[in-house]
Write a protein that binds this ligand. Structure first.
Ligand SMILES: Cc1cc2nc3c(=O)[nH]c(=O)nc-3n(C[C@H](O)[C@H](O)[C@H](O)COP(=O)(O)OP(=O)(O)OC[C@H]3O[C@@H](n4cnc5c(N)ncnc54)[C@H](O)[C@@H]3O)c2cc1C
Length: 289
């Protein structure tokens, strides 16, 4: 039986390797996630995570697909959970369901405001910060593995990186076991972030989040959405790519170089944002190990 608490997987001779899925919305999307999961079974990520939607029915699908990924493919699964729109009582209900289904890891997040709302407004009976969600989970489910989000290039709402790291420390002090970072394309941001976290007394594992780029358009979107710095060498190569295949290869080569350097610097873990596609994980997974 493999270790199911993600918090206990760190400290080995290689980085913890994980991939992220999102719950599909269409029938073709449903077929794709199952095809991808089947292909990834052989490379055995240490865990897989599944995101939590901004609202509506996709939220139910986090649980549904989380269970499918565990029961059919035998993955250790970490469903995400956000505070957006939920009262504390609803969060308590969802956590009860996760626990009763034997899902014993959770990625605890605040979540983003809905697209038509510029600022995050908590549910009047809900949580304002992810640290409060972490605290609730730790107090009521002491045996759970709890992940939380970190931002090497600062969360967009935070005034300074230092303040953001203080808020990250709050999540760790409230009981988070490990940190998964926002995607980044320049490792120097990650290395500086880890140094600042350690200086601030954050001693939990920090998993590097990498997105193997697919196209120029995609990385520009991410730059706008997450304020991620895109090194000009990557941006220019993607812009010059003659077709999708060449762009994909550029993205894979870039991510591979990031992985090599992260490993050489003893990174705790590498998390691939695979967008429900198998190719990047199949091509890069063996370099993580
Ligand atoms: C690895 C990863 C996975 C993600 N998965 C999802 C997902 O599945 N679904 C989804 O909707 N979104 C997801 N997100 C996006 C995330 O929900 C957003 O980035 C959101 O805006 C912040 O969430 P958080 O958990 O980091 O919030 P928080 O930790 O609450 O931080 C949000 C902001 O508030 C500040 N802050 C925190 N605590 C305090 C405090 N006590 N006082 C003042 N300011 C404070 C922080 O500095 C930061 O600027 C993910 C992000 C990452 C990095």
């Amino acid at each position: 039986m493999h270790e199911s608490n993600i918090a206990k997987k760190f400290g080995g001779t290689r980085p913890v390797f994980s991939v992220e899925f999102f719950p599909p919305k269409t029938e073709e999307g449903a077929r794709q996630i199952l095809r991808t999961a089947a292909k990834l079974k052989d490379i055995r990520p240490d865990y897989v995570s599944i995101t939590y939607g901004a609202g509506g029915s996709s939220r139910e699908r986090t649980m549904d697909y989380g269970l499918l990924l565990r029961d059919i493919f035998d993955f250790v699964v970490m469903p995400h959970l956000t505070c957006v729109g939920h009262s504390k009582a609803e969060i308590a209900q969802i956590m009860k369901r996760y626990a009763s289904e034997g899902l014993t890891n959770v990625m605890a997040l605040r979540g983003d405001p809905p697209k038509n709302q510029p600022d995050f407004k908590p549910n009047p009976d809900g949580y304002t910060h992810a640290s409060q969600l972490v605290s609730f989970i730790r107090q009521n489910y002491p045996e759970f593995g709890i992940g939380c989000a970190g931002y090497p290039e600062k969360h967009p709402e935070a005034a300074t990186i230092q303040q953001d790291i203080e808020n990250l420390k709050r999540k760790v002090d409230c009981g988070a076991d490990f940190i998964v970072t926002q995607l980044f394309f320049d490792n120097s941001h990650f290395f500086e972030f880890v140094e600042k976290c350690r200086a601030a007394g954050i001693d939990k594992p920090i998993i590097a989040g990498l997105l193997p780029a697919l196209s120029y358009k995609q990385v520009v979107n991410f730059k706008n959405m997450c304020s991620t710095d895109i090194p000009s060498r990557l941006l220019e190569s993607l812009e010059r790519a003659r077709d999708d295949e060449e762009a994909k290869q550029i993205g894979l080569d870039w991510a591979r170089a990031q992985i090599d350097e992260l490993k050489a610097n003893n990174v705790d873990g590498i998390h691939l944002y695979i967008l429900n596609r198998a190719e990047s994980a199949l091509k890069l997974g063996r370099f993580v190990r």
